[in-house]
Design a protein around this ligand. Structure first.
Ligand SMILES: NC(=O)c1ccc[n+]([C@@H]2O[C@H](COP(=O)([O-])OP(=O)(O)OC[C@H]3O[C@@H](n4cnc5c(N)ncnc54)[C@H](OP(=O)(O)O)[C@@H]3O)[C@@H](O)[C@H]2O)c1
Length: 329
């Protein structure tokens, strides 16, 4: 079967389309004949070697963690799905390889594909929507009526986070560039801040979902009320993540590199928490129900045939996508 791999750590030229044997499902697995798969910044960060310390993967690395397709085999103990079922999934962290004709996943992280979505649309959902839901509902603990700022509202994560914020009954502000202001309003944002015009961020927020990292996190902390929370996914991890997921030698490095952020949060009385999203079949089923009800819309920036994988990665890496980039098998 065909698969996209990072043959070594590096740039676009480290990517290759290779021939690999079909994977055999383990006892709790389903095997999926992939119809479409979406790209995430995680894919090029892995290729660049930036996640060496977090994920136990060595080149050649089979890339891709978001998939929609049809079950074509099930393991002996797998009970939830049968051959022929249409499904979608955010693959488990050390079992990626979704940019391929076939992939296996534990059935616990798989859900039935939303009936109203095409395979391309369904593939655009898992990682970005699970991240958004887990950030807003779980990590920030937001409830109806609260005010949140979602950074990069036009991006793969942001375009779903705005919609999920509205589903959860939140007042949503977002940041974007001039060309995407109308798009973010259409997604449901109550306030849109054009960062290219240096418009000020709202203040006294209950939470900020920060997908940008770096200095943005300091501004996010300043935009929260005392007792508010910043959930970061795009920058440096926090101490709790470093303790749980990083080798001992890396922890003091993280501690030093995040000192400014920690001090700012302490002074402002704001909690900063880093989220590393988790695959979750039950939450994917919940997301599918919103898609089928018409309240959550998958946003596909552009679909490429698998053979054009390098162009698809280049488009992602430009960082200007409106929604998600999808590869079609
Ligand atoms: N920790 C986790 O579990 C986790 C999970 C998911 C994602 N992430 C991370 O979250 C980040 C975002 O992911 P993504 O998939 O949303 O990326 P993406 O789709 O590539 O983001 C592109 C979007 O970013 C916007 N943007 C760029 N600079 C901006 C700025 N200064 N202010 C506001 N918007 C800006 C662009 O809008 P304009 O063209 O309008 O500028 C574009 O729409 C990545 O670093 C990714 O690795 C982490």
């Amino acid at each position: 079967m065909r698969a996209i791999v990072a043959e070594r750590y590096g740039g676009l030229d480290a990517l290759a389309l290779v021939d690999r044997p079909e994977p055999e499902p383990g006892p709790a697995d389903v095997r999926i004949a992939v119809k479409a798969a979406s790209l995430n910044p995680l894919d090029f960060k892995i290729r660049e070697g930036k996640l060496k310390l977090v994920l136990d993967l060595k080149p050649p690395i089979a890339l891709g963690c978001d998939v929609a397709g049809v079950v074509d085999a099930v393991g002996a103990n797998a009970k939830r799905f049968r051959a022929g079922d249409e499904v979608y999934v955010r693959l488990e962290k050390n079992r990626m390889g979704g940019l391929a004709d076939k992939v296996c996943a534990d059935e616990a992280v798989v859900a039935a594909k939303p009936a109203k979505a095409t395979f391309e649309e369904a593939a655009a959902i898992p990682l970005a929507a699970l991240t958004s839901l887990q950030a807003l509902r779980e990590a920030a603990g937001l409830t109806k009526g609260q005010r949140v700022l979602i950074h990069a509202g036009a991006g793969g994560v942001g375009s779903l986070a705005i919609q999920l914020g509205k589903i959860l009954g939140l007042h949503v502000a977002t940041t974007t560039s001039t060309k995407n202001v109308g798009f973010c309003r259409e997604l449901g944002a109550d306030e849109v801040i054009d960062y290219t015009k240096h418009e000020p961020l709202p203040t006294e927020l209950d939470a900020v979902f920060d997908t940008l990292g770096g200095d943005s996190e300091l501004a996010s902390i300043a935009a929260c009320r005392r007792g508010g929370v910043v959930v970061g996914v795009g920058g440096m991890p926090d101490g709790a993540f470093a303790k749980a997921r990083l080798p001992a030698f890396a922890r003091p490095v993280v501690w030093l590199a995040t000192r400014k952020r920690r001090n700012a949060a302490r002074a402002a009385g704001v909690r900063f928490t880093y989220l590393f999203m988790r695959p979750d079949g039950a939450e994917l089923a919940e997301l599918a129900s919103w898609i089928d009800a018409g309240t959550l819309k998958p946003i596909v920036h552009r679909t490429f045939p698998l053979a054009d994988f390098r162009d698809a990665f280049a488009e992602l890496e430009r960082g200007r996508a409106r929604g998600k980039i999808v590869l079609s098998m």
